[in-house]
Design a protein around this ligand. Structure first.
Ligand code: ZN
Length: 439
């Protein structure tokens, strides 16, 4: 197995191809790493990988570099930097969305309309209440939420004196519910059970957000609920100070901390957390984490649509970047209320294809391939972490992302694993670790 890392640099109209090879081969120039035609790369005798784009091989530039930290026996890396072929470049510009706001959400309401079940992503057990019959399931009314930052965007659009605050009432959500006429025709659909108090019944059952789904709590009323106390002391004086400074981060995060507890919603079979329940305005709502549930489509396919933790976090980050042009993020555990990672976004929509080093990974590890956001990160184990975290949090241009504590740990593991896919000389930058997350 040969490790490689390929990244398409659309804005530079280049592809960077890094391949690991023996140091002796790199020094003597005798390595058999060669471009084959315009779409393939031979990385060792007999082993050929296809490139993500068509290239102009005649203009390829080759260089080699060594990892000085890894000792005399470490391998070298060869870099082949090659221009993307002109017609391929034109096609890519036409196809791929260049605007951050036009990058698609991982799941939309139309993709899961008519679903037959919502299940736990970990054990595939059904989460919907038993009383939600088959007929009810495929007629669940599902809509997209406009944007997680809708209220803030409204805040930006409305002209008002600076000291004004705009109160957004969660009850206003019904503004997005389409008006449905209540039918009283008893001859129609007589097999369905009569609906009590039709007038107060919501006409939308689920709203699909970027990283979560809001749903009426009734749908999940059979699931166990666990109250969780956050490891934080709420001091009203801190909140006043934050308000006085009008620091967007502090206000947003401290308002959340008026509440020192929340209620987790768990899977009945495996006890994994799948979301939270709480009041929104006058309603009891369930907020399901997209990366913890899956949507089962009806027969004949019965296929399940699910979003990975990487995709959910990427989406959350891209939403902030799109709404606020903020590139720095502090990741904290929901319960622990402590920063665990600092993330600096350096790019998105990067097309990457890579395979890990053979010595550290099992042979059957698949190549990774897809679109990623590129980041720099620091995690809690570094000595300067706490100081740096509080500096970031004092800055307006930082957003806080709160994940379930287990998900925050998983995210760190994913970032560390992905960093290992980079050639060693590329892994560090500005005292942070380079890595990437699948979009
Ligand atoms: Zn489960």
């Amino acid at each position: 197995m040969t490790a490689y890392y390929i990244e398409v640099l659309d804005s530079l109209k280049l592809v960077d191809i890094y391949v690991e090879c023996a140091r002796s081969a790199s020094k003597s120039g005798s390595s058999d790493i060669q471009l084959v035609g315009t779409t393939e790369l031979r990385i060792s005798s007999g082993s050929v990988i296809s490139l993500p784009v068509t290239v102009s091989p005649r203009a390829a530039a080759r260089s080699s570099f060594e990892d000085s930290d890894s000792g005399p026996d470490a391998n070298s890396w060869i870099r082949i930097r090659v221009p993307i072929a002109l017609d391929c470049m034109k096609a890519r510009l036409e196809q791929a969305s260049q605007l951050i706001t036009s990058i698609e959400k991982p799941i939309t309401a139309s993709a899961i309309q008519g679903l037959s079940d919502i299940a736990c992503q970990s054990c595939s057990s059904s989460l919907l209440a038993n009383t939600t019959g088959a007929a009810d399931r495929d007629t669940l009314r599902i809509r997209d939420l406009p944007s997680a930052f809708w209220s803030e965007l409204v805040d930006c659009w409305v002209c008002h004196p600076e000291k004004d605050t705009v109160n957004v009432n969660a009850d206003l959500l019904h503004a997005f519910e389409p008006k449905v006429a209540v039918t009283t025709d008893s001859t129609q659909d007589s097999t369905r059970k009569p609906e009590p108090s039709t007038e107060t019944k919501l006409s939308v059952d689920m709203w699909v957000g970027d990283t979560y789904v809001l749903a009426t709590e009734d749908l999940f009323k059979d699931l166990p609920k666990t109250p969780v106390h956050m490891d934080t002391k709420v001091l009203s004086i801190v909140v006043y100070v934050a308000y006085a400074n009008m620091n967007t981060y502090s206000v947003a995060s401290l308002i959340g901390r008026f509440y020192s507890s929340y209620t987790e919603l768990c899977c009945d079979s495996c006890s994994n957390v799948v979301g939270e329940v709480g009041r929104m305005g006058s309603r009891e709502m369930a907020k399901l984490c997209l990366s913890r549930v899956q949507f089962v489509l009806p027969s004949p396919s019965r296929s399940a649509i699910s979003v990975s933790l990487s995709q959910a976090v990427s989406r959350e980050i891209l939403s902030h970047v799109g709404a606020h042009a903020v590139y720095r993020f502090v990741i904290e555990g929901r319960k622990a209320c402590q920063p665990v990672a600092l993330i600096n976004i350096v790019g998105w929509n990067a097309e990457i294809r890579a395979r890990a080093m053979s010595s550290t990974q099992p042979d059957n590890l698949p190549d990774i391939s897809g679109r990623y956001i590129k980041i720099l990160f620091t995690q809690k184990d570094s000595s300067t972490f706490d100081t740096q975290a509080s500096q970031w949090l004092d800055d307006n241009a930082t957003e806080l992302i709160s994940l379930l504590d287990a998900d925050a740990d998983s995210l760190l593991r994913i970032l560390a694993e992905n960093a290992q896919l980079l050639p060693p000389p590329l892994r560090g930058m500005a005292n942070m670790t380079r890595s990437f997350l699948r979009m």
